[in-house]
Design a protein around this ligand. Structure first.
Ligand SMILES: [Zn+2]
Ligand SMILES: [Zn+2]
Length: 246
């Protein structure tokens, strides 16, 4: 009964008193991301594979795949804010499939803080583009909303001019090799002059094998981009963890 009452208080606070800061993921009053959710989903105590962004043990610099040369080749570094699981995964899926792009603004500050603490400052951000047919279906590109969040929080310009010219089916069940094949010739830089000699962060919501980052990075590299970094909300995890209860 007590738990039920506390839950009701938590929800009514979140609904009626917007000035009360609540955790984006669990509704706990306090921080934008409470310590329990930070431990369970963001794992600041873990390292990120420099090659593909996967969460790894702090003492390592890259995952087994990237260490064996099976990771992206055109990126200087990739980082992910958290692990694609639990409430962070639900948060991302809700944004995409229930069309709640505004929810991204809730986490804009901590996401931007994470990005600038992990990656070098750059000339601008590039959102992973969505094919026109997918955009027409969904109505927005979540990677663009994320890039806007980074722009608002850090003042980094958004650089446009990369297009997705090939509609690609869902990548979820594909291996890294098949994903790369699927993404072959999928992206095009319309205005190479906007990119030549620049340094950029490519922004996306989720990365698993790094194949999408790699495909975008490849066309950026051939357009003369000097430094390319990948930034996303969530990535996979190389080790097994036991979550804390709320
Ligand atoms: Zn929480
Ligand atoms: Zn890796």
């Amino acid at each position: 009964m007590k738990d039920c009452w506390q839950g009701a208080v938590k929800i009514s606070r979140a609904l009626w008193y917007e000035e009360v800061q609540v955790c984006t993921f669990c509704g706990e009053v306090g921080d934008l991301v409470c310590p329990t959710c930070s431990t369970n989903y963001l794992h600041p105590e873990l390292g990120r594979c420099r090659g593909c962004g996967k969460l790894i043990l702090k003492e390592k610099t890259c995952c087994l795949d990237c260490g064996a040369g099976r990771g992206p080749q055109h990126l200087d570094q990739v980082t992910a804010w958290g692990h694609y699981s639990g409430a962070l995964r639900e948060f991302i899926q809700k944004i995409k499939f229930e069309a709640h792009p505004r929810r991204i603004m809730k986490i804009a500050r901590p996401f931007a803080d994470w990005a600038i603490s992990q990656l070098p400052a750059v000339d601008g951000v590039v959102a992973v583009p969505m094919h026109a047919s997918r955009l027409a279906e969904r109505g927005f590109n979540q990677a663009e909303v994320l890039a806007s969040a980074i722009h608002w929080e850090l003042g980094l310009p958004i650089i446009e001019g990369v297009e997705r010219i090939k509609p690609t089916p869902s990548q979820i069940l594909l291996s890294r090799r098949d994903r790369l094949h699927n993404l072959k010739d999928a992206f095009l830089v319309r205005e190479p002059r906007f990119f030549s000699g620049r340094s950029v962060w490519i922004v996306d919501d989720v990365t698993t094998t790094g194949a999408t980052f790699e495909a975008v990075a490849e066309v950026l590299r051939s357009s003369g981009v000097q430094e390319i970094y990948g930034l996303c909300l969530a990535a996979g995890l190389e080790i097994k963890l036991v979550p804390l209860g709320n």
